[in-house]
Design a protein around this ligand. Structure first.
Ligand SMILES: [Zn+2]
Length: 233
């Protein structure tokens, strides 16, 4: 399994380091293979799940455009949102989230206000997770039972709390330990931006045959590690 992390899409700000444009994304799809793409709901932390999928964080105002782009490629993604920011300047509106869901994508919990959970006490952490979960439910979204740590920040106590609150799958933002795919683990994601060195990934992938899920997974990890300087992680 390989989870790609995107933030903003086709941003007009050329200095936006969290932006990924459609040209890069087209290349990612070509290199990783549309045929290898899996529906995120079919992934439940299984390291035997061969394939890749896209996750999108923060509920930015570019989410709808990105959702339409992905739908035009018949790809479903998970949009991790912070209800406390929805409708604010530069963030998606609730109507846009509804359209994103109608297009076949998933809404999931990224905490209520994108707080650094490490700096909060247990009660505050629970509130961040619970309030977001309730908001998503109350507004009728069909949420995936996945969680993404804001900024990927977590520790043992936070991970335990997230698990106790019913989340079987929780994502970080970077890849450290790819064999840690247990339900209580922090699943790695690779953040891709417009400065991503797709050529390097393309060259190495072209030389290999990824027959076994585990080797495909490890190889992608190794390749992306070598691209680390060009990734926002
Ligand atoms: Zn975030």
């Amino acid at each position: 399994m390989l989870a790609i992390l995107l933030h903003r899409f086709n941003s007009e700000d050329e200095y936006d380091e969290y932006n990924c444009n459609s040209v890069i994304l087209e290349q990612i799809i070509e290199v990783l293979g549309a045929d290898n793409y899996v529906d995120p709901k079919d992934f439940a932390g299984s390291k035997n799940c061969k394939g890749w999928f896209i996750t999108v964080d923060d509920g930015n105002s570019t989410d709808l455009e990105l959702a339409r782009f992905l739908s035009s490629h018949a790809m479903r993604a998970v949009f991790f949102i912070n209800p406390g920011l929805i409708g604010d300047l530069n963030y998606a509106s609730i109507e846009e989230l509804r359209t994103i869901e109608t297009l076949g994508h998933y809404i999931a919990n990224h905490s209520f206000s994108h707080s650094n959970l490490i700096k909060l006490n247990n009660m505050e952490i629970s509130d961040q997770i619970r309030l977001a979960k309730e908001w998503i439910q109350k507004n009728g979204f069909n949420q995936l039972n996945y969680f993404a740590y804001p900024w990927g920040r977590n520790n043992f106590a936070i991970r335990r709390l997230v698990k106790n609150m019913g989340y079987e799958v929780a994502f970080g933002v970077t890849a450290r330990k790819f064999d840690d795919c247990s339900p209580s683990g922090v699943l790695p994601r690779f953040a891709v931006t417009s400065s991503f060195d797709i050529a390097q990934l393309h060259r190495v992938l072209a030389m290999r045959n990824f027959g076994h899920a585990e080797s495909w997974f490890r190889e992608i990890f190794r390749i992306l590690q070598t691209c680390k300087g060009k990734l926002v992680i």
